[in-house]
Structures are given as C-alpha cells and as structure tokens.
Design a protein around this ligand. Structure first.
Ligand code: GLU
Length: 442
C-alpha cells in the first residue's frame, strides 16, 4: 500500500501554529513511508474563501519546506459532490429539511429544558410529499441532512487507540445548506475516496466528525481511510490558542525573524515523548516520526521556547547557508562568525554590523579606566589585541573582573551584553575604538 495523506486547510484565514502541526505530521508521515502528500484546499465556502489566503497558505508551506506532490481545490469538484449527493438521496440517506435556524434553536431550547440532548428530532423525515410541496410553496428552501445509523461507530485510531462515537448522540449532519452550498463533511469524504487517501491525520476536534464521516464512507461504498487524531495545542498558560492566532500565524513569525526550522523542530516534538532538539533537516525528522510517540494530552506552545530554539539554530548556521540573507542586511562572514552565537534573530546580526561599522554613542561608566584604555590601545588591532589591552590595563589600574570588562564593553559597544569582545574589538578598529573609549560618538 502506498501511503497517501492530505493537509486540508480552508482558505478562510492564515496558517498558524495550531493548524500547521497537522500539515507537518502529515508531511513527516508521508515522507517517512515514501508516500504522497496532497494539499487540498477546502474552499467550498465561496463567500469566505479567498485566493489571497490560499496563496498565503502555499507560500507558508513552501517557506517551511513542506512540499506537496499534488494539490486540488474543492471548488473545482462540485460535479463529484453532486454525484455523491444523488447516490445518498437514492439510498434514502440524505433527506430534505425545512426548519429555519430560529425553529431549530427553539427545538434545542425545549430539549435542554427537559434535560434531553440537543439532537435533531428528524421531524423532516415524517413530512409527506404534500407537506414538502406546501413548504416550498411558502418559499422555503431545503437543507439536506445525512441519516445517521444511530449506533456506535468504532475505529482503531493511530494515536488515540480504540475510539467510539455513538451517532445516537449526534444530530444528523447538514451536508448541504439551503443555498445549495456543500459543507465540508461530504466533499471531504468524496475527495478522500477519489484520491485514494489512506490516512487522515488531523486534530481531535474532528473526532465526532470522524464517526459521521465513517458512516458516509460506508454509504458511498468505501471502507474509508485510517484515522489519527492528534491532541490540540494550548498556550504556555494552559489556555486555548484561538484568541491569539493572529500573533501565532506563520506569516507573523516569519516577519518576526523566526526561522522555519525552529517552527518545524518544535512542532514535530511538541506533544511527543521526545525532547525538543534542533533538527533543520526535515527528512531526518521524518525518519523519527512515529504515531506511537504522540501523546494524547494537549501540548503547550511556548513562544519563548520557540525563540530559544531560533537562537540555537542560528548558532549552528554556517555562513554559506545564509550568505544571501546576510548580504541583504550588510553582514560579512567575519561578523557572522563573531555574532551568531549571541543572537536570537538573524536581523540581530545587522544591529551588530551597525555597532561595529556605524557611529554609536559610547556609555562611559569609569572615565579614568576607559581614558587609560584609549592611551594603551595599539594602532593595529588583531586577534591578540584584546587580551593584551585588558592585561595591560589590569596591571596599570588594578581593576579586574566585571569592573574591568563592563566599562570597556559599554564604551566600545554601548551595550551591556554581546559577542566576545576579543572578536569585536579588531572589527571595530583602532581609530574608532580609541574615540569611543574617550567618550566620543564614533
Ligand atoms: N478543512 C478542514 C479543517 O481545516 C479539514 C479537516 C480534515 O483534515 O479533514 O478543519
């Protein structure tokens, strides 16, 4: 069996850490198994779906390195859904209903008042032909519900283990709205059958849906794919992510200077038993993918963990890999090698480039010490100059440790922290260094 999986976003919003996790796991599983990864754009909702969101999703996936073997749009496949619709109607499994949203709401309220589950009462199934004609004459349009078996549906979930959804406790789902629009449920099954999808890997918010969809697969004469439902992400505070998704979009992270490998390294391991490590090679991540490692408990996403990982990735990134990006921001190889272990974002290197090359206002904390340093600094600076200068200063002034090093760093860079001064000092150069030590803007 060739594994075929799909990632199926709706182009009604941006990709974010929550939904990209499903993309990543589908991709990792497909690549590990030598299978196919399909991008399916769930754009049956023609009003809310936009081309801009679709392009954004594709752009984000490309940036993350999650390439796909095939892409389809549901909006191009309505004929296939119509054929499935007709088949279900013929089998007596799809029936027209005429209740308005208010009427349905009233029914649910009554059920709740009587402590009954708010499950659709199937009143429309009892309508006679005359009654239906009468309702249509009133101007009502039918929406269509799938007739569930009202019995337990079981499957061996690859993450959750044996799972049961009793469709007795689920309302017959609306598959087609009164304006004729297909909701996601039926098209998804039709596509999974047509494309030969073998595994559906998605969030556990779809578990009930799976019970329903397994019945639809059967009604369409298919045994359906295997299912794996992963737990959902929470914020570091244990709260759901839904309110913060704007800030957690892949686009926002890219703009904030997060590296794609930081996102994939973190998301591949969040919610698993494995430690999070830097793994920029997606193929290597795929080799380690295993459903058995995915836990059922919700995983927590912590932006500070992502940032720390971003820094670690940059520390290990050789100049060659980022040459183009660095040349855009005016960072040389020497400077990159000097600063990469002290930054969390690549753009921080540009800040160091301007500290080394551009004018700064020095911070003078110990004037006597820095004046002395200006006198002692040689005309030519090399790799040994920093040690030589600090040694000479120590002997001359008796200052040592933080009292010696901090005033020098503040005068030379204007910053309390940063890359090793032994490396920065020669990059700053003798003339500029001397001026800064004297407290001049240089
Ligand atoms: N468009 C659906 C969603 O984003 C797809 C779910 C699925 O993978 O079947 O929730």
């Amino acid at each position: 069996m060739t594994v075929k999986v799909r990632f199926a976003p709706s182009p009604t919003g941006k990709l974010h850490v929550g939904n990209v996790r499903a993309a990543l796991w589908n991709w990792l599983f497909a690549r590990k198994m030598g299978g196919k990864f399909i991008l399916r754009i769930d754009d049956t909702d023609l009003e809310r779906s936009t081309k801009a969101y679709e392009d954004g999703i594709k752009n984000d996936l490309a940036w993350l390195g999650l390439d796909y073997d095939e892409t389809i749009n549901q909006s191009a496949r309505f004929e296939r859904y119509d054929a499935a619709r007709d088949r279900l109607i013929k089998a007596g499994l799809l029936y027209p209903c005429y209740e308005t949203a208010e009427e349905l709401d009233r029914k649910r309220k009554l059920q709740r008042a009587r402590s009954l589950p708010p499950v659709y009462d199937r009143a429309a199934l009892a309508l006679t032909d005359d009654e239906r004609t009468g309702l249509e004459a009133e101007g009502r349009k039918a929406h269509w519900r799938f007739k569930l078996s009202q019995s337990p549906v079981n499957w061996a979930d690859l993450i959750r283990g044996e799972t049961t959804v009793d469709t007795k406790s689920v309302s017959d789902p609306v598959l087609i709205r009164e304006d004729g629009m297909y909701l996601y449920t039926l098209p998804s099954c039709v596509d999974d059958i047509d494309l030969g999808v073998t595994h559906v890997i998605r969030g556990e918010d779809h578990v009930t849906n799976t019970g329903v969809q397994i019945e639809i697969f059967r009604a369409l004469g298919d045994k359906g794919p295997q299912f794996a439902h992963h737990s959902l992400l929470l914020g570091a505070d244990g709260q759901g992510l839904s309110k913060r998704l704007g800030a957690l979009s892949i686009e926002a992270m890219r703009e904030d200077g997060i590296e794609p490998a930081a996102i994939t390294s973190l998301l591949a391991k969040l919610g698993t038993a494995d430690p999070v490590t830097v793994e920029p090679d997606l193929r290597a991540l795929a080799q380690g993918f295993d459903f058995a490692r995915l836990g059922r408990a919700p995983a927590r996403f912590d932006a500070t963990e992502l940032e720390a990982l971003n820094g670690k990735i940059l520390h290990e990134t050789p100049f060659e890999d980022v040459r183009g990006r660095l040349s855009e921001i005016g960072v040389s190889q020497t400077l990159w090698n000097a600063v990469r272990s002290n930054i969390t974002r690549l753009s921080d290197a540009a800040r160091w480039a301007s500290i080394v090359d551009g004018a700064i206002d020095p911070v003078i904390e110990d004037k006597a010490l820095t004046d002395q340093a200006a006198l002692l600094a040689p005309d030519e600076l090399g790799p040994e100059s920093w040690d030589a200068l600090t040694q000479a200063l120590k002997e001359k002034t008796g200052a040592k440790g933080k009292k010696l090093f901090m005033p020098l760093r503040l005068a030379l860079t204007g910053e309390k922290h940063g890359p090793e001064m032994a490396v920065l000092f020669p990059l700053i150069g003798a003339k500029r260094a001397r001026a800064r030590l004297r407290g001049e803007r240089a």
